[in-house]
Design a protein around this ligand. Structure first.
Ligand code: PGA
Length: 259
């Protein structure tokens, strides 16, 4: 079972996860981070500006989870643009060391394999940051995704396109397809940190943490990982059956364990 940390707000979540990331970077300056997009990880990236201040980040490497297919990489909502704007530029990372799957139509058939090869060549991902969709997806692994899946093209659900329409002029502008690390890819990261905020995520979080292991709720794959931490606010924790136990466990967590 994943470790669950229930925090008072997004800022506290951002601080806890940023500190965990900063410790990895201090221990290993060429550490490989798995980067998520969407609104959820933003407090982590904001906190990282402080946690990494003064650290040598010139060798830090990063791999984004996913990208839209067929969207101009220069579009402000392409994940390449989002990762540049929210992570690479504010933290001063080397853009050549931070990778996003290619959603270009040309060569899309092999883009997944090439991305897998790049992750493997970097020695794998040390700490993977994850959000979760209201339909239970992690990365863009929509319901039905195999737990063994690798980076590949998927069709976004109507629900995901509606959820993401806020970033575009209308739902019709949200791409139909994406390329995403598979659940099998994500499970190979050495540590997973999944964040979720707000009541809209409560059902997906409960399913991922406590529900049956099922491809119908891809986030439940985290139960297969030996080192997964879920950081949620009270609203996102509202449907967790063992919330009191998680609070008790975290309050009594030995200092040396940390996340
Ligand atoms: P959000 O998306 O962070 O924008 O809510 C999460 C996700 O789709 O994984």
């Amino acid at each position: 079972m994943a470790e669950v940390v229930i925090v008072s707000d997004k800022e506290e979540a951002g601080r806890i996860v940023a500190e965990a990331i900063a410790r990895r970077v201090h221990a290993r300056p060429d550490t490989v981070l798995g980067l998520a997009t969407g609104s959820t990880p933003l407090p982590v990236y904001e906190s990282l500006r402080e946690s990494l201040a003064g650290a040598d980040v010139s060798r830090v490497r990063g791999f984004a989870l996913d990208e839209y297919v067929g969207l101009d990489p220069a579009h402000p909502e392409s994940y390449r643009s989002v990762i540049a704007r929210e992570v690479v530029e504010p933290l001063g990372l080397d853009p050549d060391r931070v990778h996003v799957p290619s959603g270009a139509l040309e060569g899309i058939e092999t883009a997944g394999e090439r991305y897998e090869a790049a992750i493997a060549a970097a020695g794998g991902i040390e700490l993977q940051v994850l959000g979760i969709g209201t339909d239970g997806h992690i990365g863009f692994n929509e319901p039905g995704s195999s737990f063994a899946s690798r980076t590949r093209v998927k069709t976004l659900t109507r629900q995901t396109r509606e959820d993401n329409a806020r970033f575009f002029d209308s739902i019709d502008d949200v791409p139909m397809h994406c390329i995403t690390q598979g659940l099998g890819t994500i499970l190979e990261a050495r540590q997973l940190v999944l964040l979720a905020f707000g009541e809209g995520k409560a059902e997906a979080v409960a399913g991922a943490v406590e529900g049956p292991l099922t491809a119908s709720l891809p986030g439940s794959a985290i139960q297969l990982h030996p080192r997964a931490t879920v950081v949620v606010d009270e609203a996102a924790a509202a449907r967790l059956r063992y919330a009191d136990y998680y609070r008790y466990t975290y309050a009594n967590k030995p200092e040396w364990q940390r996340i």
